[in-house]
Write a protein that binds this ligand. Structure first.
Ligand code: NIG
Ligand code: FE
Length: 413
C-alpha cells in the first residue's frame, strides 16, 4: 500500500464534500484550503486539511512531497475532443487568411472531408501513435480525463478504425478516456443526395458492431444547417440510445439549428458549442439536466462570436468548458488557454471557469464519482502550479505555462 503525503500546499483548490452538478450561481463557489496537506493512498485521495491539523503526524509518512509555494487543484476534465486525426490542416488556415470562403475551401476538398480522406488512408497504428503523442502533450498541460470522438472516418471501416484507436488509448493511457461515436459528423460526398442511405449505414452497419465490440460510450451528431437536421439527429441518437449510448451533441455552433432543443428532448448528457443562442434555447437548456459545454477556442479560431457564457450562467445553466481539439476548428488541446479565454472574452469568473473545467467537465463524461474535485475517494489526478499570487492569475497570465507538474492516479506525468 503506497501512501504519500503532499505537505505545505500554499493553496488546495477545488475541495468538495458534496458531489453535484454546478449550475447558475453555484458555479462561482470554489472551496479552497490555505496551507494544506493532502494524503494519497494507492493513487486515490484519502484525506486533506490544514497543515496545522496534521501536527506531529507529519513524521508518520515515509513518502512526502513538499508543495511549498504551489497551488494544487484537480486536473482538467476535457469533455469534448476530436483528438484522433491523421493530419493537421494549416493549409486551409492560410487559405482562410487569404480570404477564401468556407465554400471555396470545401470545393478544394477541404474541411471534415479532407480529414476523412486522410484518416481512411492511415493505418490504425499510425493513428494510434499520433493520438498518443497528443494525449501526452495535453496531459502535461494538466488534462487528466478526456472524451474523444470518431467522425473523421465516415465509412464503416474508417469509423470502426477510429473507435478501435480510441479503445486502445483507453486501455493504455492512465488518463480517463471516454469514447463517442460521431459517424454523423457530415455526409460523405457519395451520400450528399441520399441522406437516408448514410443514416441507414450508421444505424445498420456501424452501430451494431460498435455495440458488440463496446467501442463507444456516447453518440454524437453534428446538428447544424447543411449537416444533420434536428429530425435526422433524433433518429440517429435514438438508434444509439437503443444500444445504451447516451447522446452528447454538437448544437448551435453556426446557426439556431434547433440542436439545443433536440438535445434537451433526448435527455442528452451535453449540448456542445452554443455559439449561436437565443432566449428560447437558453431557457430550455437552463430548465434541463443537459450540460452546456462551451468551446471558446473553436469560436476564437473560426473568428466567431464567443459563447454567451454570462447569459447561460445567469439563466441557471450547468456549464462545462472543453477544447474541441481538432484539426479544423480548434487545433489546440490546451485547457489552460480555454479557461483564460472563458474569463477574458466570455466574462466567466476564474472560479466559474475552474469549476466548469473540472467538476462539470467530469459530469459531462459521467466521471463525477472518480474525478473533477479534491474529494476523499476520488482519483489523485492533480495539477501542481508554479508559484502564483492567486487563482485568478491562472486565467490572467494567459500566455505563461504556469503548470509545474501533473499527477495522474498518484503518479507524476
Ligand atoms: O467541433 N463542428 C463540427 N466539428 C468540429 C470541426 C470539424 C472539422 O473542421 O474538422 C468542431 O468544431
Ligand atoms: Fe467538436
Amino acid at each position: 500500500m503506497a501512501v504519500t503525503l503532499i505537505k505545505n500546499i500554499k493553496l488546495l483548490a477545488g475541495v468538495r464534500e458534496d458531489n453535484r452538478l454546478l449550475r447558475g450561481k453555484m458555479l462561482a463557489k470554489l472551496n479552497c484550503i490555505e496551507d494544506a496537506y493532502l494524503i494519497i493512498q494507492d493513487g486515490v485521495i484519502d484525506a486533506y486539511g490544514k497543515m496545522s491539523e496534521l501536527g506531529h503526524r507529519v513524521s508518520d509518512f515515509s513518502l512526502q512531497t513538499d508543495a511549498s509555494g504551489q497551488t494544487v487543484l484537480p486536473a482538467w476534465c476535457d469533455s469534448h475532443t476530436h483528438l484522433v486525426f491523421a493530419a493537421s490542416r494549416e493549409e486551409e488556415f492560410v487559405d482562410k487568411i487569404k480570404g477564401l470562403s468556407y465554400a471555396e475551401i470545401a470545393a478544394k476538398g477541404g474541411g471534415i472531408l479532407n480529414s476523412a480522406r486522410k484518416l481512411n488512408a492511415a493505418s490504425e497504428a499510425e493513428l494510434f501513435n499520433l493520438a498518443w503523442k497528443r494525449l501526452e502533450e495535453v496531459s502535461k498541460l494538466g488534462t487528466g480525463a478526456i472524451e474523444i470522438k470518431s467522425g473523421y472516418g465516415l465509412t464503416v471501416e474508417g469509423e470502426l478504425k477510429m473507435l478501435r484507436v480510441i479503445k486502445k488509448l483507453k486501455e493504455r493511457s492512465r488518463l480517463a478516456v471516454k469514447a463517442t461515436f460521431l459517424g454523423a459528423h457530415t455526409y460523405p460526398l457519395e451520400y450528399k443526395d441520399d441522406h437516408q442511405g448514410y443514416i441507414d449505414l450508421l444505424i445498420n452497419e456501424m452501430l451494431p458492431v460498435i455495440a458488440k465490440e463496446k467501442l463507444a460510450d456516447y453518440i454524437d451528431v453534428f446538428c447544424e444547417t447543411g449537416f444533420f437536421s434536428p429530425e435526422e439527429t433524433e433518429t440517429i441518437c435514438r438508434a444509439g440510445m437503443s444500444y445504451g449510448l447516451k447522446p452528447k451533441i454538437h448544437a448551435n455552433q453556426l446557426n439556431l439549428s434547433g440542436g439545443v432543443q433536440t438535445g434537451v428532448k433526448l435527455g442528452a448528457i451535453s449540448a456542445d458549442h452554443l455559439e449561436t443562442m437565443d432566449d428560447t434555447a437558453i431557457t430550455e437548456l437552463a430548465n434541463s439536466e443537459t450540460i452546456g459545454t462551451l468551446l471558446p477556442s473553436a469560436a476564437f479560431f473560426l473568428r466567431m462570436p464567443f459563447q454567451p457564457a454570462r447569459k447561460l450562467i445567469d439563466a441557471g445553466c450547468a456549464i462545462a468548458l472543453a477544447t474541441d481539439y481538432n484539426p479544423g476548428s480548434s487545433p489546440s488541446g490546451n485547457m489552460n488557454l480555454v479557461i483564460a479565454m472563458s474569463c477574458i472574452q466570455m466574462k466567466m469568473l476564474p472560479e466559474e471557469a475552474i469549476n466548469a473545467a473540472t467538476v462539470n467537465g467530469a459530469y459531462a463524461m459521467e466521471l463525477q464519482n472518480e474525478l473533477g474535485s479534491i474529494t476523499a475517494g476520488k482519483k489523485a489526478n492533480l495539477i501542481f502550479t508554479k508559484p502564483i499570487p492567486s487563482l485568478a492569475y491562472l486565467s490572467y497570465a494567459f500566455g505563461s505555462n504556469l503548470i509545474e507538474k501533473v499527477m495522474i492516479s498518484g503518479e507524476w506525468v
